[in-house]
Design a protein around this ligand. Structure first.
Ligand code: TTP
Ligand code: MG
Length: 398
């Protein structure tokens, strides 16, 4: 099957968010950055870019070029939350995502065209979904490899959608200046130009990479390949954990409700700890109960907010268990959390700030729904220290 790679990159990300949230800034010169005298520009709206303002420029310089600009401090919490939203959309298409920064990612979309008429339709669909969910514009490139996909997303910015078809790789890059080769900075550009190479096509026309050795050393082969539109690097997706859970088969069947209660404490504690260790929060809490006749039941509940909190896990676990109205001896119990928040959600400042509040609300909601009887007891450490055989369902990957 032909490999297809997509690169998604939000347009003037921070500045576009500020324009979205402050309609009076739309169409105007917006510069987001550190506002001290030593501050630098994080990004500028496309309107301000026309006057020469760009990322990493000093604010002092930007003010010279653009004295009437609207200068704003970044609101990282908001950008993080949007980034998470965009990643959730991308995850609807593929789990093979390599985030490069808050506003940029590679996706391996190989095989997805079955659902669309082709790579262009696929790119259009994701752009539209991002626009509908966030009110922001992403530029998208779809190509046979990462290098070309990134170039393609950039070349028609803002609001670009470019597909590089198979067979057109070298043609696509040939007219571009050598500085468009990935990893070629100012120094290398200068050296290439001094050797007479200005356009990428000039490198591609060489019989092999040998002529580039004196200029690029051990990078010569890589440059020569890229110049012909060749790049075999895979999308380095984060291997995502699907669920975290613990289960236990008991030597002696469980009957005593108080012991069973303690077991749910134990599972909640253990699973919450593992979630926190891995920086994960999940929305779906599931329990498993196996009786001594091997009949097995499982129940699950989706919570309002993703959680890694043992009290929440315990309450929900107990609630699910109590609803089963069990009066048979139990051979095995287990508790699992899945349906994790997006990868970037783990570091979202926004989430950090609001999590405690959200959690409190979720807990109140649970209590309102299932009664005050489901309360936390400090019984975990009195848990019977019988010999128990423990089986962790280790992190499943896709
Ligand atoms: P970019 O994607 O490089 O830039 P952009 O989204 O602002 O504009 P476009 O993609 O349309 O060219 O970076 C994403 C965000 O990262 C950007 O909005 C601000 C931040 N950033 C910095 O803080 N400093 C920098 O030097 C760069 C390049 C970006
Ligand atoms: Mg961008």
């Amino acid at each position: 099957m032909r490999r297809w790679i997509m690169h998604v990159d939000m347009d003037a990300f921070y500045a576009s968010v500020e324009q979205r949230d402050n309609p009076e800034y739309r169409g105007r010169l917006v510069i987001v950055g550190g506002l001290s005298s030593r501050g630098v520009v994080a990004t500028a709206s496309y309107e301000a870019r026309k006057l020469g303002v760009h990322s990493a420029m000093s604010i002092v310089k930007a003010k010279e070029l653009c004295p009437d600009g609207i200068y704003l401090r970044p609101r990282f919490a908001v950008y993080h939350a949007i980034s998470e939203q965009v990643h959730e959309i991308m995850h609807r298409y593929t789990p093979y995502i390599e985030p490069l920064s808050l506003d940029e990612a590679f996706l391996d979309v190989t095989g997805l065209h079955g659902r669309f008429t082709g790579p262009y339709a696929l790119g259009k669909a994701i752009k539209e979904e991002i626009w509908e969910a966030t009110g922001l514009v992403a530029s998208v490139g779809v190509a046979p490899n990462k290098y070309l996909a990134k170039l393609a997303s950039d070349i028609k910015k803002p609001n670009g959608l470019v597909v590089v078809p198979y067979g057109k790789e070298a043609e696509f890059v040939a007219p571009l200046p050598v500085k468009r080769l990935w990893g070629v900075g100012k120094q290398m550009t200068k050296r290439l130009q001094e050797a007479g190479f200005y356009k990428i096509g000039q490198l591609a026309a060489l019989p092999d990479e040998r002529a580039l050795k004196s200029i690029a050393g051990n990078q010569a082969k890589r440059l020569y390949d890229m110049a012909r539109g060749i790049d075999e690097r895979p999308v380095e997706y984060e291997r995502q954990v699907h669920s975290i859970g613990n289960e236990l088969t008991y030597e002696e069947d469980l009957i005593d409700p108080q012991l069973i209660d303690q077991e749910w404490y134990f599972f909640a504690h253990k699973v919450a700890k593992r979630l926190r260790q891995q920086n994960l929060k999940g929305r779906t809490i599931a329990i498993k109960v196996r009786f001594n006749d091997f009949e097995t039941l499982s129940r699950q509940k989706r919570t309002e907010v993703p959680t890694d909190n043992e009290e929440t896990l315990y309450r929900v676990g107990m609630m699910l268990y109590n609803k089963l109205n069990i009066n048979k001896p139990i051979r095995l119990l287990g508790l699992t959390v899945s349906d994790f928040a997006g990868a970037l959600g783990q570091t979202s400042l926004f989430e950090e700030e609001t999590f405690q509040e959200d959690l409190a609300r979720a807990m109140d909601g649970l209590e309102a729904k299932f009664g005050e009887g489901i309360v936390m007891k400090g019984a975990l450490w009195q848990r019977a220290t019988q010999q128990k055989r423990e089986e962790e369902n280790h992190n499943e990957t896709f």
